[in-house]
Write a protein that binds this ligand. Structure first.
Ligand code: SAH
Length: 472
């Protein structure tokens, strides 16, 4: 980190701006917003500065910069259009150990002014340390659209209520829960957005009487791998969690987005290799929730598609634990999108079927007759080890041996690899693949060449600006 972001209290602090043009004007505007006692020294002044001086919002001194002006100042901004003068100001300010910023010259400044998203009292500052100003600006624009205007009111009203919450809820973690619940469900924000301040205060008051000692479980689908495919709700819950039980399929990039203080527990299981038995997982979910924790059960893809989400919920229902389910993008959607294979198409596939290659040992046989029918797409999860059976059964039941097949390995991640071939060579196609692999079988696979927008080998976008994709 080249610069440490700090928020300084400038209220009534004497600050000097040297320069009277439009750049100086913008800096003065910021200082005034922070309540600083501003003096502007210049030979000529922008009309806005003259007006502000007439209104007694600031002082102006019509003269060239002189060191004496630094007396009793806290902070200096050099914004003249003369490089040498700016450098002279910086040297003089450094000698007095004052905070000094020279506009456009981070190298001789002791502080820099970040881009700001202002939802006071919430303020977000963004800086690239002068290294990538356009990138910083794009991030700021993104945040401007992301952070609602009423955020400031939300923060201000909570500040008023903090004392009351402290009085009623004595235990700090429970207070955190109270605020998370209040901010998390969107009701308070909704009222403020509509300008209903009194109802908002009433809501804060009634929420104080709700039971927050009971924990809950969120069954969250983490999507197929690319962290930007997480839902906003998933991200929100991951950042509020006390404990997260996650599967082996959940990528480390996604785990990095979990709240730093949360306990992370791996309950990952590969087919036939149960790291933590399912019954133990179910039991942990119940125990943690009973301890009052906010539990997130994070699963690859969607929890209700070959994710045993239903089984875990049944256990929670029996134990009387509150829960919610957040859908995720299932591997079939993610992998097909990133490989350019539409799962249905008016000409080639009127339906799509998801099946699992891995079934309970005493489970039902798949209906191969139905699965081998033409004009449909078959997506097989956990199918790699059963490649030979899948191929033989489909061909024996009438599917053409030359039907196109795609194997999408580690789909949507930066290691995505797509292998395309024919049904008749299914086992050979998957021979060298390690890690999660999805099989897509059907004529739609032939479209992959034409529609791929991510390079099948290095997962780089083919036709879109990678910068925009990454920021999205
Ligand atoms: N609930 C998950 C599926 C779990 S079953 C979902 O909705 O996606 C595990 C299987 O899903 C893997 O064996 C593989 O077939 C498929 N899978 C999951 N993520 C994948 C990925 N990123 N790339 C390819 N296949 C994936």
């Amino acid at each position: 980190m080249d610069y440490l972001p700090i928020f300084t209290k400038l209220e009534k602090r004497p600050c000097l701006v040297v320069g009277g043009g439009s750049i100086a004007c913008r800096k003065v505007h910021l200082l005034l917003k922070a309540g600083a006692d501003v003096t502007v020294c210049a030979l000529e002044f922008h009309p806005t500065l003259l007006k502000q001086a007439a209104n007694k919002e600031l002082k102006i001194i019509e003269q060239a910069f002189a060191e004496a002006l630094l007396e009793n100042k806290w902070l200096v901004i050099a914004a003249t259009n003369n490089k040498q003068v700016n450098e002279y100001i910086a040297t003089a300010a450094h000698a007095k150990q004052l905070l000094v910023n020279v506009v456009g010259q981070a190298d001789i400044s002791s502080f820099i002014l970040p881009s700001i998203v202002d939802r006071s009292p919430i303020v977000v500052a963004i800086s690239s340390g002068g290294k990538a100003p356009v990138l910083a600006r794009l991030i700021r624009e993104r945040l401007e659209t992301l952070l609602p205007m009423h955020l400031g009111r939300l923060a201000a009203i909570s500040a008023q209520f903090r004392h009351r919450v402290k009085e009623v809820i004595k235990i700090a973690p429970l207070r955190r829960r109270y605020w998370e619940k209040l901010f998390g469900n969107g009701l308070l924000a909704n009222l403020l957005q509509k300008g209903q301040t009194e109802s908002a205060i009433a809501l804060m008051e009634t929420s104080l009487t709700e039971d927050i000692t009971q924990g809950d479980v969120a069954l969250v689908g983490a999507g197929p791998g690319d962290p930007s495919l997480l839902t906003l709700k998933a991200l929100q819950l991951m950042q509020q969690a006390d404990v997260v039980l996650y599967d082996r399929l959940v990528s480390s990039d996604i785990l990095d987005l979990i709240r730093r203080d949360a306990d992370l527990i791996s309950v990952g299981k590969a087919a036939g290799n149960h790291e933590v038995e399912q019954s133990r997982t179910n039991q942990m979910l119940v125990e943690f929730a009973r301890e009052g924790k906010k539990v997130v059960r994070l699963k690859g893809g969607d929890s209700f598609i070959f994710g045993r989400g239903g089984e875990e919920l049944e256990e929670l229902v029996e134990a009387g634990i509150a829960f919610q389910v957040v859908p995720g993008i299932t591997a079939a959607s993610g992998c097909s999108a990133y490989a350019g294979i539409p799962l249905t198409h008016r000409d080639f596939a009127q339906s799509v079927t998801f099946v699992t290659g891995h079934r309970k040992t005493d489970g039902e046989e798949l209906n191969w007759q139905a699965l081998a029918a033409p004009n449909q797409t078959l997506v097989v999860y956990m199918g790699l080890l059963q490649s030979q059976e899948i191929k033989t059964q489909l061909i024996n039941h009438g599917r053409a041996p030359e039907t196109a097949v795609a194997l999408v390995n580690k789909g949507t991640t930066s290691d995505q690899h797509v292998v395309i071939g024919q049904l008749s060579e299914l086992e050979q196609l998957g021979g060298g693949l390690q890690g999660p692999t999805l099989m897509i079988i059907g004529e739609v696979v032939n479209l992959a060449d034409k529609l791929a927008w991510y390079h099948p080998d290095n997962n780089q976008p083919l036709s879109r600006d990678p910068f925009l994709v990454n920021l999205a």
